[in-house]
Write a protein that binds this ligand. Structure first.
Ligand code: UDP
Length: 312
């Protein structure tokens, strides 16, 4: 198949690119390199089935290729970056999605939106099923990300209804693994890098807030499974094992054998208190669920960061 992927040099996008090229697809990978890195897809650059285009998808893109799929993964997905670039974040969610939908419509291709658990905001129920409409602060610091992804979903379904576009939408919960940028600012990369460098682990607030972490290979399996089924409504993809951030810090210290201490910093504004996916739909429709335990996934990720930090 011929596939256009945006954000293909980012954390999730790069893993997906590898899998798609491996299975024999022809890939056009678009990235503007704000949070994506050429290193992440270096091994694919010499592959004739892989073409890299440096482009910001919030601007229109005209391609001569036939396409079967348009996968929109471009986004500033880490709070550190979307708080720094709120307008770019909104543009990639709004204009980027609009441009991708336009390409999919013109090429008669299927459209795949990488949405997020952030559409649920600071959820008042847990775990969150797809039917939950969320609790998002319209003007909060995170709204640039949350609202642009909510609008991206809305745009996607507008194209489905008005133009009969074949669409898939996945809501991705916290995920982690290789190809994360050490400087990404998210909790797993921060804690591992801090532990490996012997620096204090920065727990925000008292660390009582929870998240549920999915290893990248499991997540990519869920994404590929979603492309295979004929189901157009949003699907939660994540690992339902929920834990407190303070417990994640302790686990990282144990697994890295680090002598680092934990320091408590202010909880950022708008930080969701709980997040845990209800994956019953994905289990039923995709016959998918995560297989890799947090401990196993963290060990692999620690190995990745050890190598990565050698070069710094
Ligand atoms: N967090 C933390 N220390 C860090 C980075 C993050 O305690 O160095 C907390 C953050 O406040 C949030 C959780 O970890 O409650 C997950 O943060 P992350 O930025 O990874 O993703 P989010 O789920 O908030 O988008």
């Amino acid at each position: 198949m011929n596939i256009l992927i945006t954000g293909g040099c980012g954390f999730i996008g790069s893993h997906l690119c590898k899998k798609l090229v491996e299975r024999g697809d022809f890939l056009i990978c678009v990235d503007n390199f704000i949070t994506g890195f050429r290193n992440n897809i270096e091994e694919l650059l010499s592959n004739p089935n892989f073409k890299l285009i440096e482009h910001d998808i919030s601007n229109p893109l005209y391609l001569d290729y036939k396409l079967d799929w348009v996968l929109h993964f471009a986004s500033l997905a880490s709070p550190k970056y979307y708080l720094k670039y709120p307008i770019k974040t909104l543009k990639s969610g709004l204009l980027g999605t609009y441009n991708c939908l336009g390409i999919a419509k013109a090429k008669k291709a299927k459209f795949f939106l990488a949405s997020t658990s952030e559409v649920y905001g600071d959820p008042l129920i847990s775990p969150q099923p797809e039917e939950y409409t969320g609790n998002v602060s319209i003007v909060g610091l995170r709204s640039c990300y949350d609202e642009s992804k909510r609008a991206a979903e809305s745009l996607t379904y507008a194209y489905m209804r008005q133009h009969n576009l074949d669409v898939r939408v996945v809501r991705i919960f916290n995920s982690y693994g290789s190809n994360m940028n050490p400087d990404d600012g998210r909790v797993v990369s921060n804690f591992i890098v801090q532990a490996l460098k012997g620096e204090d682990l920065t727990v925000y607030g008292k660390g009582e807030q929870t998240r549920s972490f999915c290893y990248i290979d499991d997540l990519v399996g869920g994404i590929l499974a979603t492309m295979e089924v004929d189901y157009k409504w949003p699907l939660n993809l994540g690992n339902p094992e929920e834990l407190k951030i303070i417990d994640l810090a302790k686990l990282v210290l144990k697994l890295t054998n680090s002598k680092s201490k934990i320091k408590f910093l202010d909880l950022p504004e708008d930080d969701p208190k709980r997040r845990c996916p209800d994956i019953s739909k994905a289990k039923k429709i995709l016959n998918w669920q995560p297989k890799i335990s947090l401990e196993e996934g963290l060990k692999k990720t620690i190995g990745y960061f050890k190598e990565k930090l050698k070069g710094v």
